[in-house]
Design a protein around this ligand. Structure first.
Ligand SMILES: [Zn+2]
Length: 224
């Protein structure tokens, strides 16, 4: 499955980056100055609301424990992909228009027809980049049992995404997918995923998502 290969690729980029952030943090804690205007620190703030050493309205100071936690979730995602013969399932209970749904209780990602149908020539909608983002998002639902809480399960296209606390953001499945694409590319926008990335991943993306609504997708995308 090519989508899985791409998703693994961005998760590995995220893991490398989290390791680099750990080295940066140790350097800062040793009292050595560092250029913090790098994509990795920008991504850490934007998606996990964690900052180097000081807290502000943008987030709180990151600890090595935060980085270890994020790393464990990403490693868990790779494990979900590695076990995809067990963890990936087609069909019910995804019977409506939702492309996919990750379930912590079942330890499975269920794929609806919408996920596959986007590959048809007529509706080449989501595209591989957004499908990779969705895979990471859904896999986090299998690794982090807090990821489905309503105040945590916030889309990267929702204005509330920027307003979450760091302690919520480090459980947000959308944050993991979006952080991974951010550090893979070195920039954030436009974002990939099941929302307003609309257009960034193919011209008909918007049309198909409008037909069932991305809010509906996030509503349905619940850990079970
Ligand atoms: Zn979800």
């Amino acid at each position: 499955m090519l989508d899985k290969t791409l998703a693994e690729d961005i998760v590995r980029a995220a893991l490398r980056t989290v390791n680099e952030l750990g080295r940066d943090l140790a350097t800062l804690q040793a009292g050595t100055s560092l250029n913090l205007g790098t994509p990795r620190w920008e991504a850490l703030q934007k998606h996990f609301h964690l900052l180097p050493q000081v807290s502000s309205s943008l987030g709180r100071a990151v600890t090595q424990a935060d980085l270890d936690f994020i790393k464990e979730n990403y490693q868990g995602v790779l494990q979900v992909f590695l076990n995809s013969s067990l963890t990936f399932r087609n069909g019910p209970p995804v019977s409506d228009a939702a492309p996919a749904r990750g379930s912590f209780a079942d330890q499975k990602i269920f794929f609806g027809t919408a996920f596959k149908d986007f590959d048809t020539p007529d509706a080449k909608a989501i595209g591989p980049n957004s499908r990779a983002a969705m895979l990471v998002h859904e896999a986090i639902h299998l690794t982090d049992n807090r990821s489905g809480e309503p105040n945590i399960h916030i889309s990267e296209f929702d204005p509330l995404y920027d307003k979450m606390s760091a302690d919520e953001a480090i459980h947000n499945s959308s944050g993991y997918a979006t952080f991974a694409w951010h550090v893979k590319r070195g920039f954030d926008q436009p974002r990939f995923g099941g929302g307003a990335a609309m257009g960034s991943d193919g011209p008909s993306f918007k049309r198909v998502f409008q037909s069932f609504g991305w809010a509906g997708f996030y509503f349905r995308c619940r850990r079970g």
